[in-house]
Design a protein around this ligand. Structure first.
Ligand SMILES: C[S@@+](CC[C@H](N)C(=O)[O-])C[C@H]1O[C@@H](n2cnc3c(N)ncnc32)[C@H](O)[C@@H]1O
Length: 255
């Protein structure tokens, strides 16, 4: 394992218990209000499908996929994340593996892979995309949700009395950069993540052999306004794109 991957793994081990507090059994507000509806719409009917939740964290999404009838495997390189996921749901296959290699998984094993807020956290984008492509069956689908690379939520200021948002960029957007953000919400640790411009993601998808079949910038829709706890949270959700969502497909085998 490279030092960068080892450092990232140690970081996620340190914050795993706080992460469980963040997402609980249903996902945090951003997931519930903004991105999960898009993820489910891209995933479609998962009944009977073999689904890999890559970078499953404490497993809230794996458990929801299993409740919808999917045959789920959840992997994460953080041992602590996997221990929490197993304790929450001993019936799902949760085990330690790195998205960069997926060395525990054979080629062409899954109908679908999901990676929910993982790609900006993996030190090795290209290796991860190649591995996700490898483990998909021909014609299989990848649903990838990750923090919006153009509008980093941790660097946004939303003014109280008018609409819009201001973003602070203290390095060039086009430069790949390891970022360290201050602790947020109940977390006590700084957060490490990896900025890459949006085009780098697109190029990695195409280079691995994926076709891009859908794309969305998830936001709260009117039918969910009543679920938002404060006016300010609603305004932020309407003004700031937190994430991007891609639906990709591995080519079917030609006859
Ligand atoms: C922001 S959390 C998201 C967790 C979960 N998908 C969710 O939505 O709650 C990112 C997760 O990706 C995992 N991760 C990051 N890079 C990884 C890699 N190369 N291999 C496996 N897991 C990785 C971290 O350990 C962490 O659990």
């Amino acid at each position: 394992m490279s030092t960068e991957i080892e450092d990232a793994r140690e970081f996620w081990n340190r914050v795993a218990d706080d992460w469980q507090t963040q997402v609980g059994r249903d996902g945090d507000a951003n997931r519930r209000l903004n991105s999960d509806p898009v993820l489910w719409s891209f995933a479609g009917d998962v009944q009977g499908l073999k689904v890999l939740d890559a970078g499953c964290g404490t497993g809230y999404l794996s458990i929801k996929l299993a409740e919808r009838g999917a045959l789920v495997t959840g992997i994460d390189f953080s041992e602590r994340m996997i221990a929490i996921a197993r304790a929450t749901d001993p019936t799902t296959d949760f085990h330690v593996d790195s998205c960069s290699e997926l060395s525990t998984i054979e080629d062409d094993a899954f109908d679908m892979v999901v990676a929910n807020y993982v790609l900006m956290d993996t030190p090795d984008l290209e290796g991860t995309i190649v591995a996700l492509h490898r483990v998909l069956k021909p014609g299989g689908v990848a649903v990838l949700v990750f923090s919006h690379p153009c509008f980093p939520a941790g660097r946004a200021t939303v003014p109280g009395n008018r609409s819009g948002a201001t973003y602070v960029w203290d390095f060039p957007y086009f430069q790949r950069q390891k970022c360290i953000d201050p602790p947020w919400a109940h977390f006590t640790s700084e957060f490490t993540w990896f900025h890459r411009p949006l085009s780098d993601y697109w190029k990695a998808f195409i280079a691995a052999g994926f076709a891009v079949i859908d794309f969305e910038e998830p936001r709260v829709t009117e039918d969910r306004y009543h679920l938002v706890e404060t006016e300010r949270a609603l305004k932020k959700s309407q003004a700031c794109p937190y994430s991007v969502a891609f639906k990709l497909q591995k080519a079917a085998k030609s006859a």
